[in-house]
Design a protein around this ligand. Sequence first.
Ligand code: NAD
Ligand code: UDP
Length: 337
Amino acid sequence: MKHILVTGGTGFIGSHTVLELLNQNYRVTAIDNLSNSKLEPLKRVEKISGKRAQFRKIDLLDIKALDDLFASTNFDSVIHFAGLKAVGESVEHPLRYYKNNISGTVNLCEVMSKAGVKNIVFSSSATVYGDPEISPIIEESPLQAVNPYGRTKLTIEYILQELYHADDAWNVSLLRYFNPVGAHESGEIGEDPNGIPNNLMPYITQVAIGKLQELSIFGGDYPTHDGTAIRDYIHVCDLADGHIKALENLDNNPGVAIYNLGTGKGSSVLDVVKAFEKANKLKIPYNITTRREGDAAICYANVTKANNNLNWKTNRNLENMCRDAWNWQQKNPDGYP
Ligand code: NAD
Ligand code: UDP
């Protein structure tokens, strides 16, 4: 049985991926410093799967703790989710982001290298395409960091590629996620943002449950079919599945591989609002306001490469994403206890 280390394993995408790994009979150790998550998701994962992931509270900046972990456990591969992810916060506190995300990854890679564990799947982001001129976006599209968070993702991509160039025993999968939303269909695990959500889907679910009054739609004058901005929303369970496929593929296709993970379908903000209303039979009050600084008009993926090379495709549509996000919100009105 292969043993996978999942960094950031108690987070939103990490917890859904831990569940999928356990379902597929991997042995899993999750680490997290719990700076943006709680232990509860892993308890819920055990409840759903009937299987337990080991957990260790470890900060990636604590290289001694990482070293001890790798000295005491034989891992086959690492899926690396741990990182800070708030764009606005990264603009205000760039050093916090460079230190946590970049130094944390350097520590992880150093310790992996020392232990001879050279398989890594990394959470990158569509943010590495900056303000894309053309969608659908292919993996070879121009790259650009437009904020410190994006720069950490781009830098880590380069670091991992350079590691492979220096030592071809490394196998690296860089997964560029588009917009992960939704929750496990059980409603046991889901997205648990701190305070007022920045992202669209949790904002909508909090309006639906009455915690927030109305949705502000940022911009109604974009060059799109209804004037609102277009993104590629992907169900977090489809995304988790993509990680398992990427992990399996590390053995078949050694080297560095880069994949967009999205649905390949663009949806406007108003499309999401309408899909949410239809899926859940309720009304979302909204108001169209000014554009949010730094937002691209249109951003969606070409996912042909992941479809073909990873033998992966998404199985859930926008209505499924809306239904599952709402189910999670209703079952957990205040998030995890
Ligand atoms: P999340 O915040 O729920 O999970 C990240 C986890 O990393 C958290 O549990 C946090 O406590 C942990 N962490 C942060 N710094 C750490 C450190 N130094 N040591 C140990 N643990 C640490 O975020 P998520 O939405 O699950 O995202 C997972 C990854 O995917 C992140 O790297 C994020 O940048 C990337 N990503 C997310 C999205 C998105 O929209 N959610 C989109 C693209 C990429
Ligand atoms: N958005 C919005 N109102 C909100 C939050 C987001 O209109 O309260 C829009 C945002 O402008 C973008 C889309 O919804 O066009 C997705 O935003 P999100 O922050 O979820 O993801 P992003 O693509 O910006 O990373």
